[in-house]
Design a protein around this ligand. Sequence first.
Ligand code: 173
Length: 318
Amino acid sequence: MKRTLWLGAAIVAVLSGPAHAEEVTLRAASAFGLGTAFAKPFETFVEWLNANGKGVIQIDLVGGPEAVPPFELGNAVSSGVVDMGNVPAAFYTNIIPEGDALKLAKNPIEEQRQNGCYELIDSLHQEKMGVKYLARFGDRIPFHLYLTKPVEGPDLSGLTIRTTPVYQAMFETLGANLVRTAPGDVYTALERGTIDGYGWPIQGVLDLGWHEQTKYRVDPSFYGVEVGVIVNLDTWNGLSDEQRAFLEKAAGELEAMNAESIEINAKEDAAQREAGIEVIEFTGDDRDKWLNTAYDEGWKAIDSINSDFAAKLKPCFG
Ligand code: 173
């Protein structure tokens, strides 16, 4: 009788979960250097959780690219070396090649949460990578091409450009030679003249000191930044409802910060001009060719990797 009671109690405990789980600490890393443009919002997210989550959940932010190399961070979260990463999907195309599609969204994340696109992206991450796609930062921040030499139009032949998967299809089609590097290698490559330019968002150039080595920025901008907060799926599933709710609340706070980007973009544009970066503005047919190549080649690349995903994403990406 005693034994049966014990067993019953144990089963009830397992089924209902602990009423008050112990505080858990998740280890996190950022693909971007702490204190720079694409780490700062995540640092605010971590500060929010650590201030509000006492007794429930805490985050130990172990560092930036010096802690985990940026193109390895996806693997590190997937395998559980760290529990959480602040990292663009473009940095883990070795695991989910079609994740690079996230740059192609023309609508903000709050709309994607309404129209089913977020579900699609989260499911892809859970099924193919074993991570929860918790939040997206960056959706109102576009990308540009920056150069040390002028160009006349959307013909990049003869230029060696630093890339990530984000710019690959577009710049390649426009004739550039491409060199893939982590952000941390850009300054030295510019200084040594091994590259004639680089792709990068409108934000962060001055933070990284690259304006010292940059003469031109090409307009118009294209695509939208995606920096995701991803969580190892075993870690996520092992959390209590309360702990998961805390992370989701913090994700909401982080995504709300996206609205501030419009104003920050304008400030960064002004600061770049002030720092002596000259804007080369493509107009008319050149502008059309630039933007059409960006989106046509961008979608073509995703379509050739996973046409089913591309077809589902297109209508809910604005
Ligand atoms: O250029 C890059 O390193 C890149 O792809 C990226 C993606 C998101 C935010 C910042 C940079």
